[in-house]
Design a protein around this ligand. Sequence first.
Ligand SMILES: Nc1ncnc2c1ncn2[C@@H]1O[C@H](COP(=O)(O)OP(=O)(O)OP(=O)(O)O)[C@@H](O)[C@H]1O
Ligand SMILES: [Mg+2]
Length: 262
Amino acid sequence: MEAAPTQALRVENIAKRFGALTALRDVNLHLNQGEVLGLIGDNGAGKSTLIKILSGFHKPDEGRILVEGEEVALRSVEHARQVGIDTVYQDLALVNELSVYHNMFLNREKIRWPLLNNRLMRRLAKQHLDDMGVNIQDVTVEVAKLSGGQRQAIAVARSVYSDARILLLDEPLAAMGAKEGTLILDLISDLKARGTVSIIIIAHNYAQVLQVCDRVNVLQHGEITFDKPTSQTSQQELTDLVVAEYRAGRAARAANNRRSNP
Ligand SMILES: Nc1ncnc2c1ncn2[C@@H]1O[C@H](COP(=O)(O)OP(=O)(O)OP(=O)(O)O)[C@@H](O)[C@H]1O
Ligand SMILES: [Mg+2]
């Protein structure tokens, strides 16, 4: 019998509390090698918190993380990068005062010892953005001068052209126009076709999730409540899941109000 392929990433029993608030109760999920996993759920469900744990930014209160079968205690974002995990955060994390190309090579600058190899970084930044179809004329301009969507494209490009084996993309399409959104989706499809990188992507647009992902997980009440291959679910089912929760909450609140104000 063939051995099961090692999972790129495995999360077991992760819990995270912020003071009295329990953001994650007991999260279990896995990411197969070369797979694109869509993670969806309400605003405030804990998706970004989970991503920040997997990127070494937050420490979990409980649970463990396995990268390619090995348990790791992620100490920092830098440490997560060293084990092959790179992240595009929802709240971006570009340095506004730096140029486009400095941002693209932040923490992995090209050096021509003892100096930065600015010329090479400028050329590569322009080339990567052109390859992605992102139109930024001048990569020496400060990112503060760019639009939200352009900034997002740079954050995505930076991760995609890192050597990461696991990419975590927290709403990479949120600020994108239709054209730029499609470019990012195409890029993710290209990466998937290469099969060397495994991706978790968070998005609220279920049509896009279904278009680009192999499998979908729903995060609700601090746990993964739903796990299906994309081929076995639909936009309707995903919408119903998330909306049903909202309706149930509303009905419960209305019943409560009736009880306290008869
Ligand atoms: N650093 C923090 N300190 C305190 N509470 C936090 C912190 N980060 C997140 N939270 C809380 O944890 C819960 C989950 O937040 P999180 O950002 O993970 O949600 P999300 O699923 O990413 O939502 P959205 O879809 O709106 O981005 C929220 O109630 C939020 O207020
Ligand atoms: Mg979020």
